[in-house]
Write a protein that binds this ligand. Structure first.
Ligand SMILES: Cc1cc2nc3c(=O)[nH]c(=O)nc-3n(C[C@H](O)[C@H](O)[C@H](O)COP(=O)(O)OP(=O)(O)OC[C@H]3O[C@@H](n4cnc5c(N)ncnc54)[C@H](O)[C@@H]3O)c2cc1C
Ligand SMILES: NC(=O)c1ccc[n+]([C@@H]2O[C@H](COP(=O)([O-])OP(=O)(O)OC[C@H]3O[C@@H](n4cnc5c(N)ncnc54)[C@H](O)[C@@H]3O)[C@@H](O)[C@H]2O)c1
Length: 459
């Protein structure tokens, strides 16, 4: 049977673009790709990239405060102009979008700027009513914010909307205690917005190491976020040009805007899955094996739509491995067991790789090497902000099982720590490394004695 394409990719985000580019450009496959929105997907257009630029923009207050501590007595942040920033942001995202598009075209990928849905195991239907056949189909449609089902929720913003605001709200409520809520609480407070964050739990960033979570929770309050723990909204209703929020404790308050940051679901609704035998999980995630292959041999899926580890570099790696395996005769799987990540709070980030202390202890005995200290730079300026570094070591074979950092540029540090940890380095090998002085990161190679030894939990 002859097909229009060797591969048709649905979704031009991190995973889809990489897979298409490698399959066409490096392995000579005939590739078509459909994108219903802007090329680049969540990360480039409404995620990692604009978010990180907003983080940089939000630091002026903290930086000038620190500089006053160094003798720049009259240092002031001045006035932030959202319109100026937004214009620059829009131009930068457009620049990146053009680069993504050019990369695909150069590789020989045929781009369809429209929605595509599945129409059987070898065919897609485009929004213009036409169909295309393909030997293989890759689903790379990403995720979408998950509503929590409270009345009036549609009045709230989702993270996509934050990058399109005409002006900053005077007072905002952020709902959630995960990546998005915490990063945007830091950003908006830093930009001068009166920021309230409501989180139903007792410490933000569930899933991270508990000590790092406690420090992050404390830091949010010290950078001006009004963090309300054990609280969640029950209903939203319009109140003039603002929103009145009724909370689950019976209180109510008015905000200019509300952001729901309560997680994301794989985006498979309306994708035509019913025309195939592809299986999904309860949250809509596409079920795949270690080769990113569904139970239908011609259909694969990568990235957030599979809900494995929902981060850009993982989607990219999955897309690349898929293209090498299917079109390059270079079979490769992706190891999801050790993936480093960072939450871009300010002034200190949370960064992590490997097991948390709680996970390591649940697995058996563990030696915990941990240090908490006030770093030179901010302490001199009069700040009490603390850095935390932690290594978790298996006493049986001295292997480092996990590393957790709460500190300035922790994301940059964890990227490097992830290399030896991924290679199975021992604590003795960390200790053999001579420190770079004076840095904060040198603590990772100078913690000589365990802070605590946790015995295996029996029974
Ligand atoms: C606010 C925010 C900040 C983030 N920050 C970070 C970060 O700092 N670091 C990090 O690693 N990760 C971050 N992430 C997560 C990261 O963006 C995702 O893990 C990553 O984009 C997933 O890539 P993907 O290819 O699976 O999907 P996406 O990038 O979401 O791409 C899917 C694409 O498919 C398109 N599409 C969907 N359905 C169809 C269809 N039927 N037809 C045609 N096109 C379709 C969509 O328009 C979209 O462009 C962040 C996410 C958010 C929301
Ligand atoms: N720096 C980064 O790498 C980065 C940044 C942003 C987003 N991301 C990715 O995007 C994903 C989505 O981020 P997110 O913050 O939306 O999700 P998340 O899963 O990190 O956090 C969701 C939050 O919403 C809360 N929540 C869930 N259901 C709720 C309910 N019914 N009522 C009240 N609260 C509820 C959860 O307790 C949690 O605190 C992340 O999991 C991550 O994979 C990564």
């Amino acid at each position: 049977m002859s097909f229009d394409y060797d591969l048709f990719v649905i979704g031009g985000g991190s995973g889809g673009v990489r897979a298409a580019r490698i399959a066409a450009g490096e392995h000579g496959a005939r590739v078509g790709l459909a994108e219903e929105s802007r090329m680049g997907g969540t990360c480039v257009i409404r995620g990692c990239v604009p978010k990180k630029l907003m983080i940089f923009a939000s630091q002026a207050g903290l930086m000038t405060q620190e500089m006053r501590g160094y003798g720049w007595c009259d240092a002031q942040a001045g006035t932030f102009d959202w319109t100026v920033f937004r214009e620059k942001l829009d131009a930068e995202l457009l620049r990146l979008e053009v680069i993504y598009r050019a990369g695909l075209t150069r590789a020989g990928v045929e781009i369809h700027d429209q929605r595509a849905t599945l129409d059987g195991h070898h065919q897609v239907r485009l929004a213009d009513g036409t169909t295309r056949t393909a030997r293989h189909i890759l689903i790379a449609t990403g995720g979408r914010p998950a509503p929590i089902g409270i009345p009036g929720e549609e009045l709230a913003m989702i993270s996509d909307d934050l990058f399109l605001m005409d002006r900053l709200p005077g007072r905002i409520l952020l709902v959630g205690g995960g990546f998005v809520a915490c990063e945007f609480a830091t950003i908006l407070a830093g930009l001068g917005v009166d920021t309230v964050q409501a989180y139903r739990g007792d410490a933000v960033l569930r899933g991270f190491d508990r000590e790092a979570r406690d420090l992050a929770t404390l830091q949010l309050s010290t950078v001006g976020v009004d963090l309300r723990l054990g609280l969640t909204p029950a209903a939203l209703e319009r109140d003039g040009d603002g929103i009145r929020v009724r909370f689950d404790d019976g209180t109510d308050e008015r905000f200019d805007a509300v952001l729901m940051a309560t997680g994301r679901d794989p985006y498979t609704r309306g994708l035509g899955l019913e025309t195939t035998e592809v299986r999904t999980k309860r949250n809509g995630a596409i079920e795949v094996d270690e080769w990113s292959q569904t139970c239908v041999p011609s259909i694969f899926a990568v990235g957030d739509v599979t809900d494995r580890v929902n981060l850009t570099p993982v989607a990219i790696r999955e897309g690349h491995a898929f293209a090498d395996t299917v079109f390059g005769a270079r079979p490769r799987t992706v190891d999801h067991s050790i993936v480093a990540s960072a939450v871009y709070l300010r002034p200190h980030e949370v960064a992590s790789v490997g097991l948390t202390e709680e996970e390591a202890h649940a697995r058996g005995a563990v030696d915990v090497y941990a240090t908490t200290f006030r770093p030179m730079r901010t302490m001199f300026a009069g700040s009490d902000a603390k850095v935390m570094m932690k290594l978790l070591v298996d006493p049986a074979d001295d292997r480092v099982l996990g590393c957790h950092i709460f500190g300035p540029e922790a994301g940059e540090m964890i990227q490097l720590a992830a290399i030896p940890i991924g290679m199975g380095a021992t604590k003795a090998q960390f200790d053999a490394t001579i420190a770079v002085h004076p840095t904060a990161a040198e603590e990772l190679v100078t913690m000589r004695h365990p802070t605590r030894r946790l015995a295996a939990v029996t029974g």
